[in-house]
Structure formats: structure tokens, C-alpha cells
Design a protein around this ligand. Sequence first.
Ligand SMILES: Cc1cc2nc3c(=O)[nH]c(=O)nc-3n(C[C@H](O)[C@H](O)[C@H](O)COP(=O)(O)OP(=O)(O)OC[C@H]3O[C@@H](n4cnc5c(N)ncnc54)[C@H](O)[C@@H]3O)c2cc1C
Length: 410
Amino acid sequence: MAIDFEIPADAKAVRERVRRWVHEECIPAEKELLNRPYKEVLDELRKKARAQGLWCPFVPKEHGGMGLGPLANALVQMELGESYLGALSLNTQGPDDATIMTLLEHGTDYQKEKFLKPLLNGEKRICYSMTEKAAGADATGMQTRAEKKGNSTYVLNGEKWFSSAASVADIALVMAKTNPDAPRHQQFSTFIVELPNPGYNILRDIKTMAIEGPYSHILGGGHSEVQIKDLEVPAENILGGEGNGFNMGQHRLAYGRLRHGMHNIAMAQRALDLATKHVTSRSTFGEKLSKRQGVQWMLADCATQIYISRLMLLHIAYKAEKGMDLRQENSIAKVYLANMVHKVVDTAIQLHGALGYSQDTPLAAWYTHIRSQRLVDGPDEVHRWTVGRNVVKAFEKFGTTASAAGGDLL
Ligand SMILES: Cc1cc2nc3c(=O)[nH]c(=O)nc-3n(C[C@H](O)[C@H](O)[C@H](O)COP(=O)(O)OP(=O)(O)OC[C@H]3O[C@@H](n4cnc5c(N)ncnc54)[C@H](O)[C@@H]3O)c2cc1C
């Protein structure tokens, strides 16, 4: 198979349009947030974006999106990650985007009409409540129970925490155990819950280590601790059928992991640009920092990791385009890209000296936000465990580990 890294012309063109959109509209609009209400600024941006055909990048055209395939979407997401209004302006922000994907794939006609449509129109937001204090990395440890009341209603009781954007959401997807006697991965179902709801009681937005800006609670929506008490959900709101919650959750997480990775590349690139701008203007001991070999090595290490990251994502996008199994690469990339952005932002802080530690550059806020990347959507250790198991399996099956280490590239 010939390897061709040429990006198809249509994907290149859409990337260009989105790059211009982010630089000409989103980054300037960030400043407007200081003087004008958030909703006004975002509504204006969204109206403009939609009028230009920039809307819900991966959503099929018949549902009002741009219908981009995995490669074009990855390129677009990498651009959007440059501004914190980027993804929001195209209605492709997390956690909504991956959940939209699940509704598209598994929703009934009724669910699509009632819940998906307003999400695709940008009128509503949705959050995802799987993790509990009781269980996170091993989601099959969830304790929230759903019990049937008659034929038409389920009643849920339990707790959730770290439900991102719950406090700004109009809908929640809530996972709960419907059948404790079923095999482990078939015990859980996903329920569509309309918010606000007395049975879905947001106790607090959990204070985290992330530095908050004036709009963090709206943009990110915080991460909520939720009490689920006698929460009544109509049976028609089960998504994907009883017992299928876990598989659907994994499908959603797979996309979410890559989206984080795409945005990480954009952030890392900005951090390396900031670092390079700084070292080319700052002198110590009579010489520009950029002339020092030690500093050049630091920049080189960052460039290397960003380059590897881009290649990983392109390869995964390629596999997705072809409908190939990409689970191993997805886990490898999830861990690598989270650590990559950590390393690059950390290096940029180091090279800025005390200025990097201050909040006068965006680096400190980025640093505190990206720490979560090594935990969310499966902690590093769990992905590395899976990857390692696949290495052993490959060896046992083929006598070589190549197929678990990107070997099908060769
Ligand atoms: C910013 C943020 C946003 C989030 N958003 C959401 C959301 O919107 N919806 C949602 O449902 N959840 C969300 N989560 C929760 C997230 O998915 C969980 O935190 C994650 O799955 C880890 O679960 P846990 O925190 O319970 O850690 P635990 O399961 O308690 O694990 C603790 C640590 O133990 C180690 N570990 C665990 N298992 C293994 C193993 N098998 N081998 C080796 N080491 C292991 C890892 O280092 C891990 O970090 C969010 C979390 C954060 C931080």
C-alpha cells in the first residue's frame, strides 16, 4: 500500500475555512466577552458560523451538519482547539458532541425529534453522568439503580459525580444498573433525563485545581456532584435499549478521547509558539535564550512530541475512514497526547520563568486544566494496561508484537 500524506483537497479547503474562522472571528470574540454578555457574543458567532455553513462538523448533512468524515473532522477540531470559543461557535463542544453522536446512532425517531433536534440547533445542551464516587475507571462498579415501576416508568436512585456541564445542561444522559444479574457489561442502561428535574439534584459544582476564568462556569459548565433520588424516567427515554448502556458509553468515550487529543495538539502548538516567541526576545547572560543549545533541545523535544501526535491522529483518522479497528491506537494516542500537551505546556512555562508561573500568560490556566487529561475518559494506567495486554495477545497469536504497535503501517 502506498503511503500518501497528501490531505484531500476538500479536507484542506474546509480546514482553511475553519482556520480563518477561528483567527478572524473566535479569537477576537474572546476579548468581547470582557464587555458583553456571553450569550449575546456566542449567539452572534453561531449565527454567523451557521450562515457560512460551519456547523456541527461531523454531523451528517441530512441532520444539518457539515457531514465531515473522520479525517476532515480531525483537521477541523485541531483548528477549533486554538480558541475556547472555537468548538462552541460550531456547536461541537464537549461533552455535547460525543453525546450527540450517541443519539444519532442509537436514538429512536421520537428521541431524535424531541432531544436531538434542539441539540443540533444549538438551543440545548446535554451532559453525561456515568462516573460515581463509588466507581470511575472501572465503570462497571456503578451503584445507581433503575427499577421498573409499571410498564412505562423507571425510578432511579443513587449518585453521580464529575458530570461535566451538568449545571448548564438541559438534558442529562444518566447510566444506571437495570439488571444486577446480567453479565457485567449488560447490567447497565442509559436514560435520557430532562433537566431541571427534582430527582436529579445538583449538590454542587466541585472545586477543582483548574484556574477559573470569568466565564469558566458557562464555557466548561463545571463538574457537578449529583444526588439521584426517586428520579422518574419514562421508559421511552431509554437510549439504545435496556442493558446496552455500557457499550454505548464506550462508543461515546472513544470519540471524546480523540477530540481531547485534537484540541491538545492545538493547545500544544500555541504553547510552543508562545515559548519560541519568548526565547527569541529574551536575553540572559548576554545572549538570546534561543541561541542556547540547551533551550533549543527543549524546543526540539516539544516539536518532536507534537509531530508524533499529529501523525498518530492522522493514522487513526485514516483507520476510521476505512472502518478499521482502531482501539489499540486510540488507547495509545489517548495517553500519549495527554502527556504530550502536559510536557509542552510545562516546557513553555519553564522557558517563560516567573512569567510562566504568573497568570499574565494563558499557560498557567492551561497547565491546571490539562492535568485532568491523564484522568478523564480512562486514566493513563487503565489504557496502558489494555495496550500492554494487547501486546501480549499479539505475541501469543502471531509470534510478534507488531500488530499491537502500529505494525500494519509497514
Ligand atoms: C475534569 C473531569 C471531567 C470529567 N467529566 C466526566 C463526565 O462528564 N461524565 C462522567 O461520567 N465522568 C466524568 N469524569 C470522571 C472520569 O471519567 C473519572 O475520573 C475517571 O474515569 C477515573 O475514575 P476515578 O476518578 O473514580 O478514579 P479511580 O477509578 O478511583 O482510579 C484512581 C486511580 O487508580 C489508578 N487505577 C485505576 N484502575 C487501575 C488499573 N486497573 N491499573 C492500574 N492503575 C489503576 C489510576 O491511576 C487512577 O487514576 C470527569 C473527570 C474529570 C477529572
